[in-house]
Design a protein around this ligand. Structure first.
Ligand code: FPP
Length: 263
């Protein structure tokens, strides 16, 4: 076991089989080069279900287990931020039944997992136009945010009724309101000031963006924040995504040379 594995081993004790692929991957992680923020486009639930002759919604249900495992793994790895793309503004185009199942799953997840989030010091936050969701869901989401707001561990963002362009428009609206009120000059505006009006205000930009299911698209996700993010694509469908895939993504990320436009 190398220094990397030693650092994390105690956090994964009892969670990883000795001699397993997971252990070998964990052993390769370099604690000095961990990403602060990982964002994930969870894709492929529908295809996962179809390939098993199941209903699409069963794919979403199976995807919840992946959400649980990724949140737990992110906590054990001591990541600062994890952002999961759960429902885009464009997803309203899906059949009513599918949308309503997704909302039910989200509520059920929160109901069951809130206790675990609290026990693990995880802070929960919604990124997106919450006002566009059903009132009862808004209330539960706001309660979960309020209950976890003082937690100091992992920042767990769920992008819900989210669109990257909508986020930028919302930031512009908030910024204009501020400018009008304060009388400040538009020339005072810079990248940092703009970013402070985004849903992710105060959080580091994602270092690593993962998309599952073999699709190579950004799908209107965190458009501002991913300017210099490293992207990792996998053929794995979201319901099959497990900690070993997260380890693989991080190992690959740690081999990259991030130049931010320099040489
Ligand atoms: C994409 O698969 C997945 C979604 C649109 C929803 C993801 C939601 C969950 C895993 C459940 C709820 C989430 C949380 C955070 C509790 P797709 O339906 O687009 O799959 P396809 O491309 O194969 O059709």
């Amino acid at each position: 076991m190398s220094g990397g594995a030693l650092q994390y081993w105690k956090d994964f004790e009892g969670k990883i089989e000795p001699g397993s692929v997971e252990e070998q991957l964990l052993d390769q992680l370099d604690p000095e080069r961990m990403p602060s923020h990982i964002a994930i486009i969870m894709d492929g639930n529908g295809r996962w279900a179809r390939s098993r002759k199941l209903l699409r919604v069963q794919g979403h249900r199976a995807g919840i287990e992946s959400v649980r495992e990724v949140v737990e793994t992110a906590t054990r790895l001591n990541l600062q931020v994890l952002t999961l793309y759960a429902f885009s503004i464009e997803n309203w185009k899906r059949p009513v039944d599918e949308v309503s199942t997704l909302m039910k799953l989200l509520r059920k997840y929160l109901n069951i997992e809130l206790k675990t989030l609290m026990e693990n010091d995880i802070r929960f936050k919604v990124l997106g136009r919450m006002e566009g969701l059903e009132e009862v869901i808004q209330k539960e989401l706001r309660e979960a945010e309020a209950m976890t707001t003082a937690n100091k561990g992992l920042m767990f963002n769920i992008a819900l009724n989210y669109g990257g362009r909508a986020e930028i428009v919302d930031a512009c609206r908030s910024l204009c309101r501020n400018l009008i009120q304060s009388g400040a000059s538009p020339e005072d505006l810079d990248d940092q000031a703009f970013a402070s009006h985004l849903y992710t205000s105060g959080q580091p930009d994602p270092d690593l963006l993962i998309r599952t299911s073999g699709e190579f698209r950004i799908s209107n996700f965190l458009l501002w924040q991913i300017a210099y993010t490293e992207i990792w694509f996998t053929e794995t469908m979201w319901p099959d995504f497990r900690k070993k895939h997260l380890f693989q993504a991080i190992i690959d990320y740690q081999k990259r040379n991030r130049r931010y436009g320099g040489i």
